[in-house]
Each structure stands twice: as C-alpha cells, then as structure tokens.
Design a protein. Sequence first.
Length: 244
Amino acid sequence: MNQSLTARAVFVTGANGGLGEQFVAQALERGARLVYAAARTPKQWNDDRIVPIALDVTDPAAVARAVELAGDVDFVVNNAGIAPAEDHSITTGSEDILGQIFATNFFGALRVAKAFAPVLKTNGGGTLLNVLSAASWLSVPTAYAASKAAMWSASNSLRVELQPQGTHVIGLHMGMVDTPMTARFDIPKTSAASVVEQAYDGAAAGIQEVIADELTRELKSRLGSTVEDLYGWAATLQLVPADS
C-alpha cells in the first residue's frame, strides 16, 4: 500500500497547535493540493492551499458543517485534544475536568472519525490518522491518559469497521512532544516536526500504528509483561509514582 500525499486533500483538526501546524505544513511539503486547517478559532495562513475552518469537535453541528465544507477530503488527521493543568489525578480530579477532557479527546475525536467516514469512502477509502499517546498504554494517572486509552480502543474498532471500505486507520503514539501544551513540563521532549514526519512516513508505508519516539517503543515492547513489571519499570524512569 502506498498512501502518498501527492494531490490529496487533507483535513487537520487542532490545526493551530504545535503538532497541528506541522501536520498542515508537512502535508503541503509532501504534495497535498489542499489542507483544511480546522481549529476553534481558525487563523489566517496566507497560503491559498490552506482553507481555515472553525471547528469545535465537541459541537455536533460544527462537525457536520465541516463535513459539508470539506467533501473532497481523503486524509483526516484527528489531532484536536486538550490536557488541562488541573488534570493531575483520576481519583481526586474534578468531574467537570474529566468531562471536558473526554468530550474533546474521546467523544470529539470519535465524532470527527464517524462524520468523515462516509466522505473517505466516497473518495476512494482514504486515510484516518488518530493522534493518540504513550499514555494510551501507561496511565500517568490522569483523565487525559484514560481518554487516550479509550480512543486507542476506538481506533482499533474503527480500523476493523472501516477496512471493508478501504480506509487506512493509523494510531500515532508518542510521549512528550515539544508544543505549547507541554511547555509546563521540564522534561525531555520530541520535536513536533519529527513526530509528524514519522506519522506521514507511516501513512505512506501503509503502517497501522506509528510509534514516534524511543521511550514509547520501549513501552510498547513491554506490554506483554505483568502489570507489576510494567509499572515497576515505569517507576524507575519516574513515569509513574514509585508506589504504583
């Protein structure tokens, strides 16, 4: 399978963020003829090949409008997500924060996938790329991690259900990426440009799961171990509390 971006129409949610901007820019560098840059408050890109679209993924009507405006899309990047600073515990955190996170990271992402599935089918099958996280497999523990784990499961379901229509579903996993959303964390991070480059390379190669940094690759290799061993390893790297 070759999923080159040449002459394709790409739809990117969360386009104003660090990853989103890279998804837009690199799609054009790889030959996309048009990129729909969707965000709650869309910005002007000063490039005729980029079409700004106002989109709040938690609003069903806004998603429906986006589908009407972007009926030629054959590559969807499901990138919009939130990680509020208040989200620090799954047990003591606010249910309001939990609801906001799931409304965007799970229900919003799934809403976009479901809404664009018929468009992708009409346009030859296409590609759906869901931006997930290493937290899909290792709870931090936060509501963000729980939302990404839920979307990982949904991505696997989407892959099975959309395969008959020829849609290539990709899950993108990585640890901390150097974006404005992670600026508060003083730890090593992967560049947004590197993550997006690997994601598009994976799409071109027909890969179903892209793992964009060494720590996440190590984590994936350990998923067959016991929970005790997995979280013991994570604790030694200070990825989770030592008593997990």
